[in-house]
Design a protein around this ligand. Structure first.
Ligand code: ADP
Length: 153
């Protein structure tokens, strides 16, 4: 049976840290669905969601095992629909851990057997956060070096 994992997140924007998790995840899973959560509460994204889908798809143009989906429901519901038995998440620090701990327990309750697999960030990416990238981008700084695709020429 195919091992399918969803890598859920806001990806606003998708960074080298996210890419690293997917590349490493491909060694464990047959297919990874990058799920861009789009709930009404977080509607005000900084980077346009369609642009982000297009950019992420370009990164994995030669990797048919990676798919990109925008979803507007519980991650566990997306897992049920797509046949994913795993969630993939990155862990940078204890703040990430505290958050992930409760979410992963809830997800396993919502979909029986849905396991969250955590990968510890690679040290070179541990300081990369989408929040910081948005902050500096607002001030006109070119952020291409933090992203696995060119955002601007
Ligand atoms: P969310 O809004 O759900 O936190 P993000 O887009 O910020 O979504 O992150 C998605 C996932 O990627 C999370 O598991 C997060 O911990 C992980 N992640 C983010 N940045 C990094 C990084 N630099 N290294 C490893 N994992 C990361």
């Amino acid at each position: 049976m195919k091992k399918i994992a969803i890598f859920p997140g806001s990806f606003d924007p998708y960074t080298n840290g996210h890419h690293d998790i997917v590349v490493r995840g491909l060694k464990m899973f047959d297919e990874i669905i990058i799920g861009i959560g789009y709930n009404s509460a977080k509607k005000n994204r900084y980077f346009d969601i369609d642009l982000m889908v297009q950019k992420i798809e370009s990164v994995y143009a030669d990797e048919p095992r990676v798919k990109v989906m925008v979803y507007n429901e519980l991650t566990s519901s997306l897992a049920k629909k797509t046949g994913a038995d795993f969630l993939l998440r990155g862990l940078r620090n204890t703040t990430d851990f505290e958050y992930e701990n409760t979410i992963s327990q809830m997800n396993r309750k919502l979909k029986d057997g849905l396991e969250t697999v955590f990968l510890i960030t690679s040290p070179q990416y541990s300081a990369i956060t989408s929040t910081i990238i948005r902050e500096v981008h607002k001030f006109g700084i070119n952020v291409n070096e933090y992203l696995p695709y060119p955002l601007e020429e």
